[in-house]
Ligand binder design. Structure first.
Ligand SMILES: NC(=O)c1ccc[n+]([C@@H]2O[C@H](COP(=O)([O-])OP(=O)(O)OC[C@H]3O[C@@H](n4cnc5c(N)ncnc54)[C@H](O)[C@@H]3O)[C@@H](O)[C@H]2O)c1
Length: 438
């Protein structure tokens, strides 16, 4: 099957490469000509495990191509995916649909023969209707079906997630479109990933509801962690105890510095706006966003408390800056508000991240960027684990302590160390939702 993927960002590139790997012929299109040129040279615009190899194999096999012009690829395609960004609109938090609607107009101009237009971008309910209206207005002659097919991949595990989804949601009532979608996803379907056919509006809501639910789960355990700190309980035991209940489930119950990333914050915000516009109230989602928002600065106060309350003139070293491991994505990373709060309190900030330093430099200034965890710890009063990269899980604690000032502090915002062990290495240690060791 011939596929045009409009937008070659995180989702477009991963989806395009995976569809090509299934045997389809995919052209990934992007307006960013420099990105397309780099991809043709084999350079990846993002850090994502396994992606470079997947792209190379399929590019060489002639199943994956890149283009900065959508005309030819759209004309040839049986399915055209819209995978452009839908960032938060400045000022009001609605999803900014400018890129989606522009793409729809550009696609309309090139349509030839029956074409399924698939919205993979995360878009508010009703966007599919508007995409269809735009296309029919521009090309009354065109034979199209507009489908919603939201994407649930996680950055850092994007290829595995795309190839082994819990479900594939296809929002369309059109029988021909459903057939095309089934053919596209056939390899996954054969592997027993359920293909869930819904109405288009249902599919649009499913994506937002899923993200809002997961973000709420994270935020719930973060508040339970705060309670545990006050009453001397251990949030990890509590999370295990509730997570073993199948009705609750173990995932997304890790207390930490608050969620971030390119999806949860903007999607939850957009969902609230959609609800308000339709006169429905989503108070749980609103509360969840507010709780998460204040949490990052609260983490800075936790660091200050571990250092005796005053950060002026102190040096704080951060390990990890990206919003999660195995990505270089800094969008809405908790580290951004944390660094700003530490600087506001008078601290000097040093930092190291295995993949996100270039992206971080674009959003965080006045930070000393270091070459590795030990260089980062040099001369610091406190070391803060912000992102749980594998390489931070078995650090040489003696070496770290020797590099730091007297009475060093380790604040573990991801609970990856055992308190007794860190204290044995003569650190003052604090983590999230666990009793502070004496
Ligand atoms: N990143 C994730 O983990 C993830 C997961 C699921 C869903 N989503 C959703 O998928 C969508 C895309 O997210 P992303 O992270 O891949 O975005 P991104 O910003 O990384 O990439 C979007 C790309 O689209 C290109 N683009 C914009 N308009 C274009 C046009 N008219 N023609 C060609 N190219 C165009 C941009 O140049 C950019 O390269 C968003 O709606 C997002 O919410 C993202």
């Amino acid at each position: 099957m011939r596929v045009a993927m409009i937008g070659t960002g995180y989702v477009g590139l991963v989806s395009g490469a995976c569809f090509a790997d299934f045997g389809h012929h995919v052209t990934c299109v992007d307006k960013d000509a420099a990105k397309i040129a780099a991809l043709e040279r084999g350079e990846m615009p993002i850090f994502e495990p396994g992606l470079a190899e997947l792209v190379e194999v399929n590019f060489r096999a002639g199943r994956l191509a890149f283009s900065s012009d959508l005309a030819g690829p759209v004309r040839d395609a049986e399915a055209v995916f819209i995978a452009v960004g839908t960032p938060s609109r400045r000022g009001d938090g609605h999803a900014d649909l400018t890129y989606v609607y522009t793409a729809a107009r550009e696609i309309a101009a090139e349509l030839d023969g029956f074409t399924v237009i698939v919205t993979k971008s995360t878009v508010p309910v009703g966007t599919g209707d508007e995409v269809e209206r735009i296309i029919r207005a521009a090309r009354p002659d065109a034979d199209v079906a507009v489908v919603s097919n939201p994407e649930f991949l996680r950055e850092g595990a994007a290829i595995i997630d795309f190839k082994h989804p819990d479900r594939i949601v296809v929002g369309s009532d059109d029988a021909r479109a459903r057939e095309v979608m089934a053919a596209l996803y056939r390899p996954l379907y054969l592997n027993a990933a359920p293909l869930l056919y819904t109405g288009r509006r249902d599919a649009e809501v499913i994506k937002y509801a899923a993200n809002a639910f997961l973000a709420t789960k994270v935020t719930f355990i973060n508040e339970i962690a705060d309670l545990c700190e006050r009453i001397g309980a251990d949030v990890q035991e509590v999370a295990r105890g509730i997570g073993l209940d199948n009705r609750i489930g173990r995932k997304f119950l890790h207390a930490g510095p608050g969620f971030g990333g390119s999806c949860f914050p903007k999607d939850a915000q957009a969902l609230v706006k959609t609800a308000q516009d339709h006169g429905a109230s989503l108070r749980i989602v609103e509360a969840m966003l507010a709780v998460n928002d204040v949490r990052r600065r609260a983490m800075a106060r936790k660091v200050a408390a571990a250092l005796g309350g005053n950060l002026r003139g102190r040096t704080v070293a951060l390990l990890g800056l990206t919003f999660k491991p195995n990505t270089d994505d800094m969008r809405e990373a908790p580290s951004i508000a944390l660094v700003t709060a530490l600087q506001d309190m008078g601290a000097r900030v040093r930092a190291y991240d295995p993949a996100g330093m270039e992206q971080a430099k674009a959003v965080l200034s006045d930070v000393d960027y270091c070459d590795g965890p030990y260089a980062c710890a040099a001369g610091a009063d406190a070391l803060v684990i912000v992102t749980e990269w594998e390489q931070f899980r078995a650090l040489d604690l003696d070496r770290l302590r020797d590099a730091m000032t007297k009475n060093p502090v380790l604040v573990d915002l991801r609970n990856i160390y055992r308190p007794e062990e860190v204290v044995r290495h003569r650190f003052i240690y604090d983590s999230v939702g666990r009793p502070r060791p004496s």
